[in-house]
Structures are given as C-alpha cells and as structure tokens.
Write a protein that binds this ligand. Sequence first.
Ligand code: SAM
Length: 284
Amino acid sequence: MDLCNLSVIREVMAEAGITFRKEFGQNFLINRIIPEDIADSCADDENSMILEIGPGIGCLTKELALRYKRVVAVEIDKGLIPVLAKTLAEFDNVTVINGDIMETDIQALVDEYSEGMSVSVCANLPYYITTPILMRLLESGVKFSSITVMVQNEVAARLVAPAGKSDYGAITAVLGYYGTARRLFKVTAGSFVPAPKVDSAVVRIDLYPTPIYHPKDEAFFRDLIKAAFEMRRKTLTNAINAKFPHIEKGRIAEALKSLGLDESIRGERLTTEDFVNLSNLLAK
Ligand code: SAM
C-alpha cells in the first residue's frame, strides 16, 4: 500500500470515518520520496530504536520500520489508531501509542522499548507546536543520538543559524548546548495534503554524547538566553539588567569585557559558549 498516495490516504481515512484535523497540525506527506529520504538520513545505525512523533497514517513510520530495528510512534489523534493498525499491520517492529508527546514520559518509553539500542527521534512535526516539542525532547534528559525533524522553512533557518545572523534566536543558542544542527533538504508545500502555506525543510540535530558545555546553573543559563532575546533591541547589558535587576550593569559590562566582548553588544551576537561563560560569571 502506498501510504503517500492521495487516493489511498482519502480511502483509509474515509473508511475510518475521519477527516484531517487542523488543530493537530495534520499535513500528510504525498510525495513518497520524502519519507524515504528522511528515513535514510535520520540515524546511522540500523540497530536503533526510532521514536516517531505523529505518524499520521504511517507513511514515514513504514519507511522507518523497513530500515531500523524498532519504531515507537506516538500519535495524539485517537481516530488514527485503528488506521495505523491496518496500514502498519505487516510490521512486527512497530509500536503505536495513542498519546500527546507533550504529556508522554519519554524516558519511561525509551527505557521500555530501547533494550540498550541507540535511540533517535524522527518526525514530520505538527507546525502548531514545533518549538515546544523540540524543547521537550532536548530537555527530557534522554540520551538521543539524533533528532531529525521536518519543520517550517523559517524554523529550519532558525535552528541552523550562526550567531549574529538575523535568524539566530533563543532556540538556536539553547540548541547549541545540546548538539549541532544541519539542514538536510527542502520540501515544497505541494508535497503535503492539505498543502500548508509555506515550504518546509528537514533538519537533523546530532546530540553531544556527553555535554561539552558546563553551566554552573543550567536554569540561569537558559534564563539569560531568554532575557537576551526577549529584549532583542536592547544591548545585552540592559536586557540582563532589566530581567535581573540585582545584577548591576557595571558587573555585566565587566563580565563581558573579561570574555573579550564589547559592553554594548547585543545578545544575538553571542554563541552558546559565550552564554555559558557569561552565565558562569554572573551566577550567584
Ligand atoms: N507523519 C505523517 C506524515 O508525515 O505524513 C503526519 C505528519 S503531520 C504534520 C503531524 C502528526 O502529528 C499528525 O498525525 C498529528 O495528529 C500528530 N500530532 C499532533 N500533535 C501531536 C502531539 N502533541 N503528540 C503526538 N502527535 C501529535
């Protein structure tokens, strides 16, 4: 069964009595090459467990199941569960779980299914909740090898932007703490049904097996980044002082100077490493 064929998608959905649910960000792939390419590039070891978020009717899930030892797919839409039971019936290495990834205990899931295998995430993410899902995955503490996601083009640009570029944002700086991101390829809006308004791109994040940065206070490091980008127009000194009034401007300027940075610099010019060093100097 070609799960990227528009007639097949319509048929299986009609049989189940369901329609596309916009509130769940349901834009299904209708170009068979794309899930094949995503599945090819989302993990290096075929002996991996892949955690998929939002299998839809299973077009990417199927390609993952053909290439990797185990696939665990979490789908929020109850109506798709009986559909997936049919479309993926031939695979005994796939487990579909009905649930919201934002509520799922991801570590428990990995402990239950990975059996010591390396674990990667692969997903055509629902656009309404891309960044929260990414943050949840990164902050989950689960030792993923990689996270490969299809996201809107502009989000992809943000994820891979170097410091100082206009696309560089809080998520880029935070992501740099966990690993490195690269854009794999673009996917045009016409590759989905219903077609979204904008094109997409696939991004792969390779996570550091052990942390390379060591903030003394991880929460403060994150808050510092948030402050820097919430008040993008302000100098970093003013933005930090506005958010943390107990940290005097003079102290911030001094810390920046000791890192070889100008006291009038804006937050968007700082790399992840700069933010770590600055947070270590300013932490209590
Ligand atoms: N993987 C399919 C494909 O590529 O055609 C569908 C991708 S569609 C963009 C996003 C999928 O994520 C939908 O199946 C949607 O129901 C599901 N989804 C949305 N929010 C979710 C959440 N919070 N947790 C788990 N799945 C979710």
